[in-house]
Design a protein around this ligand. Structure first.
Ligand code: PHE
Length: 451
């Protein structure tokens, strides 16, 4: 029986590509550009980068170091580190990926469907205003595409850490970067795109508000896969000789770079196509606005195809990380093989995913808290559980293991250059930030503030 302890990444590159694969996902490609557009363009970008380098860095290091130190999933890691009152944190960190992966696969399925339409040359259909809503509310199609995406994820995870996840990430991630650069350059050449570019990269301080910070913090957690058990598990696969700080810096750079490029792909092109206001389309930007933009470009069919392929790769490597962490937890907690754990997980993904995928159509009458099923799962995991899970890890480090446990783990393989920043952020910044984000998410869901 394969045990988790034997699994590991071959070295730093494998680790960086796999964690970047987790981090770079739908969050970077559709969420970041529309948040950046909505919350002040350049000033949002600047706020985001500062946050990623401070709070994001501290939490990435914390979770990875605890994962590597204990060599275990979050439940066991918390136990080994002596967390008595905070035990719930370990459980939350382990359960969150199991709850995210079903609905993440639903959106992954939508991406597969769009890619399929580009491949068979019917991309023109996608430009109809009602195409997207007709598709997600149709009776079977969303479930069919969810199953396709979930099977793709399953096939990689069952192969294991080095032969499956590492191998796939090492191929997909560099291709993804190249495709993103290509589309950005193409988009920037559209007439009128430069105005959009200016808005996107030049900070205008008059656009700054507290909402800029709140939106940037939330995006940072989601985008870096923080507070979701992922970094613990991938940290546990990191060999002791790998330079942890360097690996984490590279993940941060890659994640931010892709988010930045996604903004470059989308903002100037949409700006030129239909003006700044259409960037507020939010979630529908990727599925409704972008196909229209591509349709208006020369070679648009091809560019759209490359774009959706890129989105598919990004979504797939993220889904793989979510499923892998869940599989690792099941293997260790239930003492079962990887194969059995992966089969259990795909059953769970389909069992929850199919109703979620039908939540815009035949199951549209199920509306917990007045939300669609997908929004509900997103709300519970990202807005409620994630800040609590991240907060528990911070409290665990401050009160139980002490900050030096993390620094010592980092220093096993290298000097800890950003140790001062790390200590400061952990002591004074993380707790208030996490509490603010938890409250603001909940208040905005109930319409008390607008995010
Ligand atoms: N970080 C991923 C993104 O940006 C989303 C994700 C969250 C992936 C949690 C795994 C775990 O899309």
């Amino acid at each position: 029986m394969e045990t988790n302890k034997k699994s590991s990444f071959s070295g730093r590159l494998g680790y960086v590509m796999a964690v970047a694969g987790s981090a770079v996902g739908l969050g970077n490609i559709w969420r970041f550009p529309y948040l950046a557009a909505k919350y002040g363009g350049g000033i949002f970008l600047l706020t985001y980068i500062i946050l990623a380098l401070t709070v994001g860095f501290a939490l990435l290091v914390s979770e990875t170091a605890l994962g590597r130190k204990t060599g275990n999933n979050p439940i066991k890691a918390y136990k080994m580190l002596g967390a008595k009152k905070l035990k719930i944190g370990g459980w939350l960190n382990s359960i969150i990926p199991m709850l995210i992966v079903p609905y993440y696969c639903v959106v992954g399925g939508w991406v597969c469907k769009y890619l399929f339409e580009y491949l068979r040359g019917s991309s023109h259909l996608l430009t109809q205003d009602t195409y997207f809503s007709n598709f997600i509310s149709s009776s079977m199609s969303p479930a069919f595409w969810l199953i396709i995406f979930a099977i793709l994820t399953f096939v990689v995870v069952i192969k294991g850490v080095e032969k499956g996840i590492e191998k796939v990430s090492k191929v997909l991630m560099p291709i993804l970067v190249i495709m993103a650069i290509f589309i950005s350059i193409y988009g920037l050449m559209t007439p009128g795109a430069i105005e959009g570019l200016k808005y996107y990269i030049i900070p205008d301080f008059s656009n700054f508000s507290i909402m800029t910070v709140i939106a940037a913090v939330g995006q940072m957690f989601y985008s870096l896969s923080i507070g979701m058990g992922i970094l613990f598990t991938y940290g546990s696969y990191m060999k002791k000789e790998v330079d942890m700080e360097k690996a984490i810096s590279q993940v941060e750079i890659m994640d931010t770079l892709i988010a930045f490029l996604a903004g470059l792909m989308i903002i100037p092109a949409v700006f030129a196509f239909s003006g700044k206001d259409s960037l507020n389309a939010g979630a529908s930007l990727m599925f409704i606005t972008m196909p229209k933009v591509f349709d208006s470009l020369q070679l648009g069919g091809f560019i759209g195809l490359v774009f959706f392929l890129l989105v598919l790769f990004a979504a797939l490597t993220s889904a793989i990380s979510l499923m892998e962490c869940s599989v690792a937890t099941l293997m260790e907690q239930l003492h079962i093989s990887r194969k059995k754990a992966a089969i259990l997980m795909i059953c769970e993904m389909l069992l929850l995913g199919i109703p979620i995928s039908l939540g815009y159509g035949v199951l549209g009458w199920i509306q917990p808290l007045g939300m669609t099923l997908l929004d509900f799962f997103d709300f519970v995991t990202n807005s409620c559980m994630m800040p609590i899970a991240a907060l528990s890890t911070v409290l665990l480090i401050i009160f139980v293991t002490k900050i030096s446990t993390v620094s010592d783990e980092v220093k096993i393989s290298s000097a800890f250059k950003r140790e001062k920043i790390y200590n400061f952020v952990m002591k004074y910044i993380c707790v208030p930030t996490l509490i603010i984000i938890l409250l603001s998410y909940i208040l905005s869901t109930f319409g008390i503030i607008t995010l």
